[in-house]
Design a protein around this ligand. Structure first.
Ligand SMILES: [Zn+2]
Length: 93
């Protein structure tokens, strides 16, 4: 299960490479760790509302952190998680 997750995680979305995505990628770790400032956090959140790639990245990163820190006992299958997120976003567009 864990190796499957790792495979999935390594497929980083590379189709959107504007400056905002780069900044969000830089912020990802601090946000997940709860170390981002309020300003960074709000920039991050507003970008995630309009960028599916970064949103999914954030979900995966949170999942990975949970796995590493052992808070998550049950492994969620990332493919279905990603599909659910995509479906939800497409509904709202
Ligand atoms: Zn983005």
């Amino acid at each position: 299960m864990e190796s499957k997750f790792t495979e999935m995680y390594q497929k980083e979305p590379a189709d959107e490479k504007d400056g905002a995505c780069g900044q969000v990628a830089d912020l990802l770790d601090s946000v997940v760790d709860g170390e981002a400032s309020a300003e960074e956090q709000s920039f991050f959140n507003s970008h995630l509302e309009e960028c599916v790639s970064c949103f999914e990245n954030h979900q995966k990163q949170k999942l990975l952190k949970s796995l590493i820190s052992g808070h998550l006992k049950r492994v969620i299958v990332p493919e279905s998680l990603a599909l659910t997120i995509k479906a939800k976003i497409q509904e709202t567009i």
